[in-house]
Design a protein around this ligand. Structure first.
Ligand SMILES: [Cu+2]
Length: 227
């Protein structure tokens, strides 16, 4: 790509709208997903040390109205509104709710999050991102989970203006789920706290994806856990 073309593409990408992740499965918006602070503006989180990185809640301490029943091993759709218009990586994290709390009451603080899904760009020529333009991304709930309540966190990072620290745009929300039918052997190797799991200069979030086009990519955050 010529530099002038790359710049034109960059300007076009910046001008596109932001987005939210307001629902899972076929539910209404903000029913199983906690209402985010950007529910009207659609704007991103850019400070990776902010408490907003966890669930980006409009009203921290307030749960969503509903908690979705999910069978371990099932894939569920996590929906974007209007669509994931920026280029960048998509990930999902889960946190088991401690005994004595519910998915509606748990605040998600502490080293309780593990990554269960991470996509990767296609390399060669321009970088191509699997989620870009998607209105929904399917995530499989691991078959090996212990039964019980969890927070399921969607994270998409817009990398269209991420060449300096603080430029990456995080689009986040947390759904409340109750898992049943799991085999119970899930033993995550990399539990992280959110915030605290990233720094602004991590190579996966401080990157110029347009010029020169990267030939490799390391997603932000921990490795994906397997059953
Ligand atoms: Cu945007």
């Amino acid at each position: 790509m010529k530099l002038s073309t790359a710049i034109a593409f960059l300007v076009a990408a910046v001008a596109e709208g932001h987005y939210t992740f307001p629902s899972v499965a076929n539910s209404q918006d903000w029913y199983y997903v906690r209402t985010t602070a950007n529910f009207q503006s659609n704007g991103p989180v850019t400070n990776v040390q902010s408490e907003d990185m966890r669930c980006y809640q409009r009203t921290p301490g307030t749960g969503a109205p509903g908690t979705l029943n999910v069978t371990a091993g099932q894939s569920i759709a996590y929906n974007a509104k209007a669509s994931i218009s920026h280029p960048g990586p998509m990930a999902f994290y889960i946190a088991k709710v401690p005994t004595g709390q519910t998915a509606a009451t748990f605040d998600g603080k502490g080293k309780v999050w593990s990554k269960i899904y991470q996509d990767h760009p296609k390399l060669g020529g321009t970088m191509t991102w699997p989620s870009q333009g998607a209105r929904s991304v399917n995530v499989q709930i691991p078959k090996c989970l212990q039964d019980g309540d969890y927070l399921l966190r969607a994270e998409h990072v817009g990398l269209h203006s991420a060449s300096s620290a603080g430029g990456a745009q995080f689009y986040i929300s947390c759904a409340q789920i109750t898992v049943s039918g799991g085999t119970g052997t899930y033993s995550p190797k990399n539990l992280v706290a959110i915030p605290g799991y990233l720094t602004a200069t991590d190579p996966g979030i401080m990157i110029n994806i347009y010029y020169p086009v990267p030939t490799s990519y390391t997603p932000p955050g921990p490795a994906v856990e397997t059953c």
